[in-house]
Design a binder for this molecule. Structure first.
Ligand SMILES: [Zn+2]
Ligand SMILES: [Zn+2]
Length: 240
């Protein structure tokens, strides 16, 4: 399998990532991507980018050589109602997509599955949110079937986060939890997308862990958006 899209990429503007837009684009092209999307952290995460960073993303060309550039933001789910830290419509409307994720210290770890499920489902009902970032972390456990049903209902895509599979990852239990999530995605015919969550340019488009994982569990190719760049744009409601 060859993946053509990676829309969860961080730049130096995230505060704890180390590459520029140009460096990331160079590696996206090398990896043979057709679409790359920048989704720096929003500002409730210490070091995250100021709102003006996101409102000015429009100056980045839509296409560089043959590579389509998308404009995103990785927001923080702040509570168990699913509120996120970006509420300013004038900024959000200029973006192609918003990712919503649980990050310490924006929200405490919680063993109560029903609270986390409620938080995720709440975030999925936010009309700006299009992707749930790195679900499946044991520190934020949820009811897989409820969350996949909400994904089907809202059209919000659940992410397979390549960084979460790495030995350096701080997220425990991801593989086991994602097997459960993907079982229901298969059952409810709901597509997913893999992203690298690259924090340095060498990681952009480097999907070997996700590909191995998806092949191991025999996940249907037609539900993997990375294989169909046009379909990914369509699902996100983006026309270039
Ligand atoms: Zn980060
Ligand atoms: Zn994240």
């Amino acid at each position: 399998m060859k993946f053509y899209t990676d829309i969860h990429v961080h730049t130096i503007s995230s505060g704890h990532a180390y590459s520029t837009i140009l460096e990331n684009i160079t590696f996206a092209e090398k990896a043979g991507l057709k679409i790359v999307g920048f989704a720096d952290h929003s500002d409730a995460l210490p070091g995250g980018a100021h709102l003006f960073h996101f409102s000015n993303l429009k100056i980045i060309p839509r296409k560089i050589n043959d590579l389509i550039i998308l404009r995103g933001m990785e927001t923080n789910i702040m509570d168990y109602e699913g509120n996120i830290d970006a509420t300013e419509d004038f900024v959000l409307k200029g973006l192609d997509y918003v990712i919503a994720s649980f990050h310490p210290p924006c929200i405490n770890f919680c063993e109560d599955k029903s609270k986390i499920t409620k938080g995720l489902v709440g975030a999925m009902h936010n009309p700006w949110v299009k992707v749930i970032g790195h679900p499946g972390d044991n520190r934020y456990p949820f009811d897989a079937e409820e969350v996949v049903k909400a994904s089907k209902q809202t059209g919000v895509i659940l992410e397979i986060n390549d960084a979460s599979f790495k030995p350096t990852s701080v997220r425990p239990g991801v593989k086991e939890n994602l097997i459960e999530v993907l079982k229901y995605c298969n059952k409810y015919d709901m597509p997913i997308m893999a992203n690298t969550d690259a924090h340095i340019c060498w990681e952009v488009g480097e999907f070997s862990s996700s590909i191995t994982f998806l092949e191991e569990i025999n996940f249907p190719k037609e539900l993997i958006l990375n294989l169909y760049p046009e379909k990914l744009l369509d699902v996100l409601g983006i026309s270039i």
